[in-house]
Design a protein around this ligand. Structure first.
Ligand code: HEC
Length: 227
């Protein structure tokens, strides 16, 4: 092979390299690749860790939706209508009788098992405490889950609007209706709760990061002293 031919080969290779570079430059000048802000498949570290971990326990079944913020604007006519589902077992008039269930006049703010002349289940009789809006919300969502062995054979009110309406209406059936929570105050309290949760999460993450760093440093020291 003479020098002429070697020169041609070298020139060819240089041309090829130049061509690749130029095409690359022109290509990225024409098409602006954009960095994704977040990965398209949002695998968080938790998920990646979860992939190797034993199956996590199923999430807690969601409880009833909160109703506090809905009470002030609850529709009384709706509440009275919802109470038709309860009326076969409960009278709600002052001085009215117990039926299959106890009379419910004045139930909001009353003690659990508030009637002396009604024979309650042990779970209800021994519960203690008073029927606030939140207790009623939980109980009416799923009575059997809230009071072990309750005698109230009623599936529950699954719709938050129904629970809010009937609870707000029951509150009017009382000598001393309980003041309804101010929705703005409820929202503020919820915001505080959420902020507290966020702080807790951040602190947990930081603690985990520190723990990991300490562990790594320990390993590094071990490795250094072993040499
Ligand atoms: C099939 C009958 C039945 C229906 C329907 C029913 N209840 Fe009851 N309820 C009972 C019985 C029985 C008890 C007593 C439960 C116990 O002792 O465990 C009770 C207890 C209660 C209590 C606790 C009373 C207290 O003194 O502590 C509340 C509050 C209540 N019911 C509200 C309702 C509302 C509101 C509805 C309708 C959405 C409803 N119930 C539907 C039978 C019923």
């Amino acid at each position: 092979m003479n020098t002429m031919e070697i020169n041609k080969i070298v020139a060819g290779v240089i041309c090829a390299v130049l061509l690749v570079v130029v095409v690359g430059k022109v290509g990225s000048a024409l098409v602006h690749p954009e960095e994704l802000e977040a990965p398209v498949y949002p695998f968080s570290e938790d998920v990646m860790a979860g992939a190797n971990a034993p199956a996590a326990a199923p999430a807690e079944p969601a409880g009833p939706e909160p109703i506090l913020a809905m009470l002030a604007s609850a529709d009384m006519g709706e509440g009275e209508k919802v109470f038709k589902k309860c009326a076969s077992c409960h009278d709600v008039e002052k001085g009215g009788p117990n039926k299959t269930g106890p009379n419910l006049y004045g139930i909001v703010g009353a003690a659990f098992a508030h009637k002396d002349d009604f024979s309650y289940s042990d779970g209800m009789a021994n519960h203690g405490g008073t029927w606030g809006f939140e207790e009623l919300n939980e109980f009416l969502y799923k009575p059997r889950d809230y009071i072990d062995g309750t005698k109230m054979s009623f599936g529950g009110l699954k719709k938050a609007e129904d629970r809010a309406a009937v609870i707000a209406w029951l509150n009017t059936k009382s000598d001393n209706p309980v003041a309804l929570p101010d929705p703005a105050a409820v929202e503020a309290a919820e915001a505080v709760d959420q902020a507290a949760d966020a702080v807790e999460e951040t602190v947990d993450e930081a603690a985990e990061a520190v723990e990991g760093a300490v562990e790594e440093a320990g390993d590094a020291v071990d490795a250094a002293t072993a040499q």
